[in-house]
Design a protein around this ligand. Structure first.
Ligand SMILES: *Cc1c(COP(=O)(O)O)cnc(C)c1O
Length: 380
């Protein structure tokens, strides 16, 4: 079974195998694994270990997004949150429910965040202390120019929180060059190709010192987790998802062997095989090539009387591929992840299976469309 949901992703057999044993979280061997994965995450962020720390939290990505907002934006504080799609909406809700004010900035469904609009919104409202960004908006498939937007925030004296959950490890990130970024949120189970259950926040040490007392939640207090890491031979604060972290240690070795650029190139090849492939099936991708990111492709639901997303998902699962069974866009689209431990040949087989699944539910396309041409390099 190949997972084409955009996370958790299909993993290498060696990654899964690391979970098949019991781990004692405060045992000295495991402490070493724990530090190894935190150091690995820090290195991928191109962070400076003297200035940044990688903090592990048990749970899913949303928990870590909430932890970052609570820890860095004080209660009642205001953050500018461009409305890029479903995941930006989740960030806004997490902030609002935590008693922070997420001020939305309109972004069209098929648009990148406009740097000038961000600058204007921050200039207009000096009470906006933070800018919160989704790097790869999983809802649409668009990647936003986080480095450029972070530089704008820096120039205007604002801090930045980045939900990089579906981007981290594939899209470029150089934290040394982005001092305005307080926090980058990621999980083990997307582009790092680990298993679910472990989230991380890479954060500035000075910001973590200044964040004491902000969170209003002991569980989600990054400042407290950080203080805990400063103890000699520090291990996890509370029980970590130890098997997931042990599996991540293996996934990070495979990551280092492949390299970020090669991983991004593999995902981009997967995306193109999928994008051209669905056009070949007579379907229409949601985004034009110039906006299509390498992580997730949305495809318009076929305008056919027998279309039913769950029936399509079920038929495709019979053929060995799992897709998400919900819509993330206003118009009905099915979304397909391009990330995970597989390559373009497998994606082409998945496209064939999609054609078969469409036939299974009574959708026969006579004329296949012509593949579109990708004019631009997709990411810097
Ligand atoms: C996957 C994802 C998350 C986190 O999802 P969880 O289900 O909480 O792990 C957050 N933001 C983005 C952009 C994502 O793709």
């Amino acid at each position: 079974m190949l997972l084409l949901i955009p996370g958790p992703v299909t993993t290498d057999a060696r990654v899964k195998a690391a979970m098949a044993q019991d781990y004692a979280p405060w045992d000295n061997d495991f402490r070493q694994t724990y530090r190894q994965v935190c150091d690995g995450v820090l290195a991928i962020a191109q962070a400076d270990p003297g200035e940044h720390a990688a903090l592990a939290l048990p749970g899913c990505g949303h928990f870590a997004v909430e932890a970052a907002i609570r820890s860095f934006v004080p209660a009642g504080g205001r953050l500018l949150a461009p409305s890029t799609g479903a995941y930006a909406a989740r960030l806004q809700k997490l902030a609002g429910d935590a008693g922070r004010v997420a001020v939305p900035l309109f972004v069209g469904a098929a648009e990148r965040v406009d740097p000038q609009a961000v600058a204007a919104a921050l200039e207009r409202d000096p009470t906006l202390t933070h800018l919160a960004l989704v790097y790869s908006e999983t809802g649409s498939g668009i990647c936003h120019d986080v480095p450029e937007l972070a530089r704008i925030a820096q120039a205007l004296g604002r801090r930045v929180i980045v939900d990089a959950v579906s981007a981290f490890g594939a899209l470029p990130l150089d934290l040394r060059a982005l001092p305005a970024v307080d926090a980058v949120v990621l999980t083990a189970n997307k582009c790092l190709e680990g298993l679910p259950g472990a989230a991380f926040v890479v954060a500035r040490r000075d910001s973590l010192e200044a964040a004491r007392g902000n969170a209003g939640s002991w569980s989600l207090d990054l400042a407290d987790i950080y203080q805990h890491t400063l103890a000699p031979n520090a291990g996890p604060r509370f029980t970590p998802p130890a098997p997931t972290l042990a599996a991540l240690a293996v996934a990070l070795e495979l990551y280092r062997e492949e390299g970020r650029e090669a991983r991004l190139a593999r995902y981009t090849a997967n995306m193109r095989a999928l994008y051209d492939g669905v056009i070949g099936l007579g379907l229409t991708p949601y985004l034009p090539p110039a906006l299509q990111g390498p992580i997730v492709v949305n495809v318009h639901a076929p305008d056919a009387p027998t279309w039913h997303l769950q029936l399509f998902v079920d038929a495709l699962k019979q053929r060995g591929y799992v897709l998400s069974n919900f819509y993330n866009t206003e118009q009905p689209t099915f979304r397909v992840g391009c990330i995970g431990a597989f390559g373009a040949d497998q994606m082409r087989q998945a496209v064939d299976a999609m054609g078969g699944a469409l036939r299974d539910i009574g959708i026969h396309r006579e004329s296949a469309g012509t593949p579109l041409h990708f004019p631009l390099p997709l990411t810097a």
